[in-house]
Ligand binder design. Structure first.
Ligand SMILES: [Zn+2]
Length: 184
């Protein structure tokens, strides 16, 4: 089932994102809307640290938290900061295609060897590090994880609008996630 909905015109933006910072994010990035000037952040964006994707957005528009897989579990205090002190009322969670945090276990040897060779770690310590943290950062499937994380953050911050979006590395565009018929 294809749950990704493209945004190639303003009319394709989901009605509930119209006139919200999420709608503006889609317009800036996908539709090349001219940048507005902002004095304070309108939005918190959670996305993966992956170097292959970069958002086209104005200065000051958003707080951005980048983590492996866009997994915000280790970044919750920073979400709380953006919501309380930064007063943002919208969060965009952006998953992406071809994420390195999917099937992390297939890269176990590469990860451990890389720490030994590139960082100078002892092998035992590198193995322990992988074994301790891989279960926390493995995300399984990008879209299922994204929807799961969306639900989790909605429960944690019930007055905040949380929008799941998807960045396709192949065309550098953002897609909306259709959440109807998901069991999450
Ligand atoms: Zn990623």
């Amino acid at each position: 089932m294809n749950r990704m909905v493209p945004v190639n015109t303003e009319n394709e933006i989901f009605p509930h994102y119209h006139d919200t910072p999420v709608g503006r994010l889609l317009k800036y990035h996908n539709l090349a809307y001219p940048f507005d000037e902002y004095e304070k952040a309108q939005l918190l964006i959670g996305m993966c640290m992956d170097n292959r994707h970069q958002l086209k957005i104005p200065n000051n528009f958003a707080y951005i938290l980048r983590t492996g897989g866009g997994n915000l579990r280790p970044a919750e205090f920073k979400i709380s900061y953006a919501v309380s002190v930064g007063q943002v009322s919208h969060i965009a969670l952006i998953g992406h295609s071809n994420c390195g945090m999917v099937n992390l276990y297939s890269r176990r040897e590469q990860f451990i060897n890389g720490l030994v060779t590139n960082a100078g770690w002892d092998r035992d310590y590198a193995e322990e590090h992988f074994n301790n943290f891989a279960p926390i950062f493995e995300i399984g499937n990008e879209i299922d994880f994204l929807l799961c994380e969306t639900r989790r953050i909605r429960q944690r911050y019930p007055k905040i609008t949380v929008a799941p979006l998807y960045y396709r590395i192949e065309d550098n565009r953002l897609y909306q996630l259709d959440e109807t018929n998901t069991n999450l």
